[in-house]
Write a protein that binds this ligand. Structure first.
Ligand code: SF4
Length: 490
């Protein structure tokens, strides 16, 4: 897509405009050399008369549509005197007007981009706003639908309750195992699969164990309390029993585990789960696992290249039950060639299993070409939107409440990813990492350490791929992290 930005203000960057466009045009790319593109969007922004005026022109699908908005600081309810928020709102509203004319539908999350919705809602509530004031802010400033506002408020209220005894001194550990038995077609994570790449596993685990030990010494120096441990991926149970045991034992021996409230081994792919691995996990203190069918429709599983069967999911689930783990199951709404009826059946079969957590993701599209050429996805995302709304209502009827939420770029229908749980079964790590309220110490390829001190966040991203991680050596941020922690001590 050709993107022309005539921005005469001092606010907003190119990335903001690109993200905004993806709300209606999922998977689009914005090449520098875009002479032959069949679509274009032009933004004209200027600061005048105490506010920001924006005009947007979209040329696509052999049509031209325009939208306009003029916003002043007084018109925004949630960002007093913040001209950057004013520019954001002007561009967002003008673009949404174009999108609605062009596509004939509105977006459930309006122009909300780059903001964690529940975090925003919780922030307003903690600063003294009432629920009805937060509703007004979300509606007026971001054009969010009533259903999504209610979802945000449900989550914010729940997180407020859960976080009452969590302070900035509580921290989490995240350990990345970026390996999977095979690669799912829709995957956008860093994950290696196949015999050649699996040959890296022994040296990867060796280096990871050293990182775990180093990280434990950083946590000790920080004076923080380790409250949750999350081993994610990839699929951590791709490792064999011996490596799982080595990893868990090293964590247990290196950290003070006495305050750890949950210890998660994301198992993900049912085809990696065995009695032996869960036996080892249980004896090393794991309390929670995640077993993810994504769908219980055999044909859709095949379509998305997931390489396991529905039967394997139920077998893996039974194994996990024997060990009395808390269980999460992940589902995806809007999978290629899936239907609402199939999603409805999957959800009802999962509810019948009575897991502690059910996470409903929305399919994310990797590129626009897939959308156009293979006709796999509905650009309006009507089915995905219907599925996530259905899940919200159906799960509430079955005593599951939403407790964390995040949104990704390029999701079908612009819908969200939302974690639901029974009361008291929320995953603390998910809240701590999503809401950026606590430090997360991370180890492994593609992992992100986030140090939160005095509300300020410092991020340290590990090399993305295992082979880069192996080349770069152990905890490469040790000195920088120590410097920040020293300042905290002073
Ligand atoms: S199991 Fe998850 S991380 Fe692994 S390939 Fe599939 S989608 Fe990617």
């Amino acid at each position: 897509m050709k993107l022309i930005i005539n921005n005469k203000t001092n606010y907003l960057n190119d990335y903001f405009f690109q993200t905004l466009i993806l709300l209606y045009f999922q998977g689009e790319k914005f090449p520098k050399d875009s002479i032959n593109e069949d679509k274009s969007v032009t933004f004209d922004l200027e600061e005048r008369d105490g506010g920001v005026h924006c005009r947007v022109c979209v040329e696509a699908m052999e049509r031209t549509e325009t939208g306009e908005a003029f916003i002043t600081p007084e018109m925004l309810l949630g960002s007093e005197n913040d001209m950057s928020a004013v520019a954001n709102a002007a561009a967002g509203k003008a673009f949404l007007e174009c999108g609605k004319k062009l596509f004939g539908f509105e977006l459930p999350w309006g122009q909300l981009t780059g903001i964690r919705p529940a975090k925003r809602a919780l922030g307003f509530l903690e600063n003294g706003a009432t629920e009805s004031e937060v509703k007004e802010i979300f509606k007026n400033d971001y054009s969010v639908s009533d259903e999504k506002i209610n979802m945000c408020l449900d989550i914010a209220a729940r997180q407020r309750e859960i976080l009452t005894d969590v302070t900035e001194n509580d921290c989490s550990l995240y350990v990345a195992i970026p390996f999977c038995p095979t690669r799912c077609d829709y995957c956008s994570f860093v994950s290696y699969s196949g015999p050649k790449l699996f040959s890296l596993i022994p040296s990867y685990v060796d280096m990871l164990l050293e990182d775990v030990k180093l990280t434990a010494s950083l946590v000790k120096k920080s004076g923080m309390r380790l409250t949750s441990v999350y081993i994610g991926g990839g699929t951590p149970t791709t490792l064999d029993t011996l490596d799982i045991t080595r990893l868990l034992k090293t964590i247990n021996e290196s950290f003070d585990m006495s305050r750890v409230r949950e210890y998660t081994l994301e198992s993900g792919r049912p085809d990696t789960i065995t009695h032996e691995k869960f036996d080892a996990a249980k004896s090393c203190g794991i309390t929670r696992v995640s077993i993810n069918p994504q769908t219980l429709n055999e044909q859709v599983l095949m379509n998305i290249g997931r390489h396991h069967t529905v039967k394997q999911f139920f077998e893996a689930y039974e194994i996990a039950k024997k060990y009395d783990f808390e269980i999460n199951t992940d589902l995806i709404a809007g999978l290629p060639n899936d239907t609402f009826e199939s999603f409805e059946k999957t959800l009802s079969d999962i509810i019948a299993l009575d897991p502690d957590n059910i996470t409903v993701h929305t399919m994310s599209i990797k590129n626009a070409a897939a959308l156009r050429s293979e006709n796999l996805y509905d650009p309006k995302g009507e089915m995905a939107k219907k599925c996530v709304s259905f899940a919200y209502n159906e799960l509430a009827k079955n005593k599951y409440s939403p407790y964390y939420l995040y949104r990704q770029k390029n999701t079908v229908g612009n819908a969200e990813n939302c974690g639901y749980s029974k009361k008291g079964k929320e995953c603390l790590y998910n809240i701590m990492t999503m809401e950026d309220r606590n430090t997360v110490f991370a180890c492994g390829a593609s992992a992100l350490t986030k140090i939160v001190i005095g509300g300020r966040i410092e991020r340290f991203a590990f090399p993305k791929y295992p082979f880069e991680y192996l080349q770069r050596g152990n905890n490469i941020f040790e000195n920088e992290i120590l410097e920040i922690l020293d300042k905290k001590g002073n």
